[in-house]
Design a protein around this ligand. Structure first.
Ligand code: C2E
Ligand code: CA
Ligand code: CA
Length: 280
């Protein structure tokens, strides 16, 4: 913009200022939102593709803004990570997860699992509270395996010492690990094994494009075979059609998650869904 002369430069700096201002505003609002507890955990069922029972669910955070309504995590998680406020949100998510597991006890079997998304920041910064999770689960009288920590694969490549020891501690306390968004980064199945991962989540991008005879279907089939050989269960994300479900089932995929089964639901709605055994 600079070479275009004065106006171009001014336009550029105006744009930058606006961006910085928007960011400052969001930052301030985020701080208030944390104080006023404007966050809520939604729950998206994860079904066993063989019997269509809800065996698991993923907790997904929402910001209930008094004027703007529900704000998607994509719009505030990155900033919360930058400012480390993700550590506060992460603690909120975990305590909500425990509370919900307790509240649904009557409607679930012992092997039901609730997964929470764990940001790399929560694993790499000292003040995330993550080290107390095992004890909190114990105190809540819940089996440790009822929580699955979803982590992204970028984390697995050259993780820092603190991250690595935290993941080990999580696993040692009995919690399970899922590798989120598989296929979007450097995929190394060797890391999966090293980290004692229990689940691999195939990214929606692959699921979107699976048709009979497609490259994506071949990729999914290959991923599933390899994952199984390594002792991992596979969850496919973003299933929207019966055809996708059918092809994934035929490819040997264990679990599915997506709008075909259910969108992420507020707690009350999720609880009433649990009382019906088959969802499609
Ligand atoms: P993710 O972990 O990959 O979560 C799956 C996202 O896909 C969710 O978006 C979910 O609503 C959406 N989804 C599920 N099935 C379908 C489908 O069939 N079609 C379509 N179009 N979308 C589907 P959501 O809830 O907006 O979350 C976006 C991302 O924000 C998450 O991606 C995750 O990376 C992050 N996130 C959400 N909650 C948390 C949290 O508590 N902590 C952290 N650190 N990150 C979170
Ligand atoms: Ca996830
Ligand atoms: Ca994902």
């Amino acid at each position: 913009a600079k070479v275009n002369g004065r106006n171009g430069f001014e336009f550029f700096s105006h744009d930058m200022r606006e961006k910085a201002q928007m960011r400052m505003l969001l930052l301030k609002e985020l701080r208030t939102a944390i104080e006023l507890e404007q966050f809520e955990l939604f729950y998206q069922p994860i079904v066993c593709l063989k019997d269509l029972h809800v065996h698991k669910a993923e907790g997904l955070i929402r910001w209930r803004h008094p004027e703007k309504g529900l704000i998607s995590p994509a719009d505030f998680i990155p900033l919360a990570e930058e400012t480390r406020q993700i550590n506060i949100l992460g603690q909120f998510v975990f305590s909500q997860a425990l509370q919900t597991l307790n509240d649904i006890k009557a409607h679930i079997t012992n092997d039901f699992q609730l997964s929470v998304n764990v940001s790399p920041i929560q694993l790499s910064t000292p003040d995330s509270g993550i080290d107390e999770w095992g004890a909190m689960l114990n105190a809540a009288n819940l089996p440790a395996s009822s929580i699955v920590a979803e982590i992204t694969e970028g984390l697995m490549v050259n993780p820092e010492a603190l991250t690595q020891s935290r993941l080990k501690a999580l696993v040692q306390s009995g919690m399970q690990l899922a590798l989120d968004d598989f296929g979007t980064g450097y995929s190394s199945l060797a890391y999966l094994q090293e980290m004692d991962t229990d689940y691999l989540k195939i990214d929606k991008r692959f699921v979107d494009n699976i048709n009979k005879g497609s490259q994506e279907l071949v990729l999914c089939e290959t991923i599933i075979v390899m994952a199984h050989q390594l002792g991992l269960k596979v969850i496919a994300e973003g299933i929207e059609t019966k055809q996708q479900m059918q092809l994934l089932l035929e490819a040997g995929c264990d679990y599915g998650q997506g709008y075909l089964f259910s969108k992420p639901l507020p707690k009350e709605q999720f609880m009433s869904l649990l009382t019906t055994s088959q969802i499609i």
